[in-house]
Design a binder for this molecule. Sequence first.
Ligand SMILES: [Zn+2]
Length: 305
Amino acid sequence: MATRSWFELKEIAPGLWSLSEPDHLEEVISYLVLGRDRAALIDTGMGIGDLPAAVNRLTRLPIIVVNTNADYHHCGANHHYREIAAHQAEAPRVERGWAKEEVADTLLPHKIWGPLPAGFDPLKYAVLPSRVTRLLDEGDLMELGGRRLRILHTPGHATGALCLQDENSGTLFTGDTLAPATISAWGDGSDPEQLLASLERLARDAGQVARVCPGHHLTPLGPDFLAEAAAAVARVRSGATRVEPAREGVVRHRFRRFSLLLPGHIDPPPPPPAPEPSPPPRKGAAKKQSPGKGRKRPARQASGR
Ligand SMILES: [Zn+2]
């Protein structure tokens, strides 16, 4: 019986493939964009499955990797490739890799939904260092031969987060900047205001987008996902979202297909209503000292000024 492959390959449009990893909680998705002369590999996944073998089934063109950000689950197989492009702000983390201890949680049983691939040794799992050979920034163009990718710098989730627009097919690759997932913008390297601005910016260019290809869970999505993101940002800005606590100092803003984790706090619930005043003492009852007697009067409500 043939074993199931770790990667699920899907041709989304001519010469454009998704390489999904559906058996892990993260459900990371990498993409292969084929030009005439070379191919761009957008992210390299978890580093659990044999990504070069999967890519080789689709093309023998020279490969240039583009990392949409330096999270380990987008750089897992970088070390197999010699040409790697990333934003300057992500390059040091991409190059450093991730030690065994840093990624050990990845393989906890509840995160793995299928058999690990043959030949994979969980005890040795780490994301090996790799070398960034090209720095990318806003407006850069990556020529693949008869096909061109335009680079968008979309900081927020990560300082050097990139999106890519395939001008030939109208495909927007959004990495972690916009995905049907929990998108976090708190802590080191994240900037919530920049994330909101990046989402607004992506939505402004929605007219040129035929499909959205995110870095997690589901692909492709329609351009209406950009409109949903813009509406979500407007709700966050106006304070109209109902938030849930996520962790200390962080709240979750939940929308239909994604949520945002942003710095914030939730006001404690209002105090319970004051008890009903007790009925007046019946005639003839002994006078008792009021329990309130002797206490300070409550301070006057502060004025709203
Ligand atoms: Zn991610």
